[in-house]
Design a protein around this ligand. Structure first.
Ligand code: K7E
Ligand code: CUA
Length: 663
């Protein structure tokens, strides 16, 4: 949850204190529960779950039902484990208009969809702090693209996808002037904007591009979900702070009884774009992509097409929604739009068909800056009464039930989409934020489990100093009543998560990069082409690694203050044989080269001496022998450049005498 009110914190601690620990109701019978989550050694989990790392800036990949952590995929944050954001090939992925930003706060993973169902191709995730959307390729578990979102500050209501990834959306949680400029904060109501973003996704390559933005009143646009089925063509964004407070929001944004869900007709937006109703707004933003050569490069955007509701009537409507809504979720049929109200004691459910009727009949209660506000009674399908306190997020099982997380009362409430009656509730330990059912925001949820992603874990695990691990809890939802089976600690702070059946992606995994197709300009495809070249103060070491040696592994003639580029190619063509590369005193990180891949580390030696380098990834019985030495001489020294690989012998043998090849 992004915004805790003091009230919520107080209530949450009360709720947590009130929960008995071990004797909570309906924890699965121990043997029974253990059997249900036990994945025998050598067996695979049924689902991949992708959990955002929150302030960790990465994605954690877990198996379900075991809760085993399978991988930690770097996205917005540098990762010294494999050199992500440190290696020359990946640094540009973290470029923004603010410079190199090696961290972010990642909240919402979203699987790409075909016909409204997760298709296992890509995973999108938002960077909240320095607004960005990343796309991961699920055949490699690697971030392939990061697009900066301009005119935005806090890209929180993002990156929710439409049914066929026509768009992934962005929305600013903190309104700012767009374009940003030097104004008084007192001028919030007149000078600030709440900008939503629609990003096109190329259906073949996944490549993203900003299609258009929409300038809305300066509220805080918090969460989003796209329509589906009958509501395909629409996207819904919650907002809070319709009071337009610019300080002490805890109080100032909790005045109005209702805030709004913005309903955006993106097909109407497309029509307005065609009719040239958008204005060009200058905006500089970075667009970073890994090329076919495995090297990230940044391109720069210089402007966006901006639509306003005034210039494009019918583009946006506001649905009044109680109490600073947080989540907004669309049920599998596309008819119901469910909001969370952080401070609410009921769950409002809007009807898409009623909304359309209200629009047709102009059942407007007011207008805000050219945006019709629909009458609450005209769009509301019903309210779930007494669901608990502090509803945040809702997922669906595809069998007619919705599951809503209750932050304040720390529970999951299951209710029927038929009559909006609560049918079951189960405690969480403690203070649940998002929850996730595999495929639970899609047209065809895979069901089976709901996972609670908890915020304030307190006493669940062995204590680890002032900070305790967050918990994920796995509940079975195949029966009438939910049953807690397992909990496990998570990395960072998962906000949202998504999951899909393992069979959708497990057989499509890339096992190695074909060495002969390696397009890195400094790749060495055999030991014969390894070499060391000096160009002024810059030295390129073109090196290979294979079980269990580097070539070359003995280099002399390096000088203090040189920029030494180690381009290390992994010659292996076997699955799961990375080699590592690390050098004494390097001021960045290691490299981890996948089979067939080249990665480059820059090292600037600061002092003379002998510097070992070695392989960091235990790769064979002779892994400990996988090492080498570099001799560093003073600046201006005339120690000749020399190395022990076939290229040097060839040059030296050709009569260069005592000369230093490559110099
Ligand atoms: Cu509710 Cu950032 Cu989606 Cu946290 S957010 S919980
Ligand atoms: Cu290569 Cu260890």
């Amino acid at each position: 949850m992004s915004r805790l009110s003091t009230l919520a914190v107080v209530l949450a601690s009360l709720a947590a204190a009130g929960c008995g620990r071990a004797n909570a109701p309906r924890v699965g019978e121990v043997g029974d529960a253990a059997e249900k989550v036990y994945v025998a050694p050598g067996k695979y989990d049924e689902f991949y779950a992708f959990m955002s790392g929150g302030f960790d800036g990465q994605v954690g990949v877990y198996g379900l039902p075991s809760g085993r952590l399978l991988r930690h995929v770097p996205v917005f944050s540098q990762n010294p484990e494999n050199g992500w954001g440190y290696s020359e090939q990946t640094k540009a992925m973290l470029t923004t208009s603010y410079g190199f930003v090696p961290w972010d706060d990642a909240h919402h993973p979203q699987l790409s969809q075909t016909a409204g169902v997760p298709d296992g191709r890509w995973l999108f995730i938002n960077g909240n702090n320095t607004p960005r959307i990343a796309r991961l390729d699920l055949s490699r578990f690697e971030t392939e693209e990061i697009l900066e979102i301009p005119n935005s500050a806090g890209n929180h209501s993002s990156p929710f996808v439409t049914e066929n990834n026509e768009y992934v959306v962005g929305g600013t949680r903190f309104s700012i002037p767009a374009p940003n400029r030097d104004v008084s904060i007192e001028d919030y109501k007149t000078a600030f904007d709440g900008v939503l973003t629609f990003v096109r996704v190329d259906s073949a390559t996944g490549r993203m591009a900003i299609a258009f933005q929409i300038r809305l009143p300066a509220f805080d646009y918090d969460l989003a979900h796209a329509g589906k089925g009958p509501s395909h063509g629409w996207a819904f964004f919650t907002s809070y702070n319709s009071e337009q407070g610019n300080s002490k929001l805890e109080v100032n944004a909790s005045q109005n009884d209702k805030d709004y869900i913005a309903a955006i007709d993106w097909k109407r937006a497309e029509a307005c774009l065609e009719q040239r109703k958008a204005t060009a707004v200058p905006a500089r933003y970075a667009h970073n992509r890994l090329g076919e050569d495995g090297i990230a490069r940044s391109e720069w955007g210089d402007g966006v097409k901006m639509l306003t509701p005034a210039a494009c009537p019918g583009l946006a409507y506001y649905l009044p929604t109680p109490k600073s809504p947080h989540g907004v979720d669309v049920d599998p049929t596309g008819e119901f739009i469910v909001a969370g109200g952080k401070l609410a004691a009921l769950i409002p459910v809007h009807s898409f068909s009623k909304m359309q009727k209200a629009i047709a009949e102009k059942a407007f209660a007011a207008e805000v800056k050219g945006i019709p506000v629909l009458k609450y009674e005209a769009t509301i399908a019903g309210e779930v009464q007494n669901p608990g306190l502090g509803p945040l997020h809702t997922e669906f099982d595809g069998k007619g039930y919705a599951y809503t997380s209750m932050f304040i009362s720390s529970e999951i409430t299951k209710w029927s989409l038929k009559d909006f009656k609560v049918v079951d509730r189960v405690p969480t330990y403690y203070s649940i934020g998002h929850l996730m059912i595999p495929g639970g925001d899609s047209r065809k949820p895979f069901g089976k489990y709901v996972v609670a992603l908890n915020k304030i874990t307190k006493d669940r695990y062995l204590p680890t100093g002032p900070e305790l691990a967050h918990s994920a809890q796995l509940y079975e939802i195949t029966g009438e009543r939910m049953k807690l089976l397992l909990d496990f600690p998570t990395i960072g702070e998962p906000h949202y998560a998504q999951a899909l059946p393992a069979e959708l992606i497990q057989d499509r995994q890339l096992k190695m990069y074909p060495l002969m197709e390696n397009k890195d300009p400094y790749a060495a495809k055999s030991e014969k082409t390894t070499r060391v070249e000096r160009k002024g103060n810059v030295v390129h070491v073109v090196m290979t690694s294979v079980r269990s040696h580097f070539m070359p592994d003995k280099i002399e003639g390096i000088r203090v203050g040189d920029s030494v580029y180690f381009h290390v190619t992994n010659l292996e063509q076997d699955w799961d044989v990375p080699h590592g590369f690390a050098v004494l005193g390097a001021n960045n990180a290691e490299l981890l080269m996948m089979p067939g891949q080249t990665r480059t580390l820059v090292w600037v030696p600061q002092r003379v001496g002998i510097f070992p380098f070695y392989c960091t990834d235990f790769c064979s019985a002779l892994h400990q022998e996988m090492q080498g030495y570099i001799r560093v001489s003073p600046k201006g020294s005339n120690v000749p450049l020399k190395w022990n690989s076939p290229s040097y012998q060839a040059v030296a043998g050709a009569g260069a005498g005592a000369g230093a090849p490559g110099q």
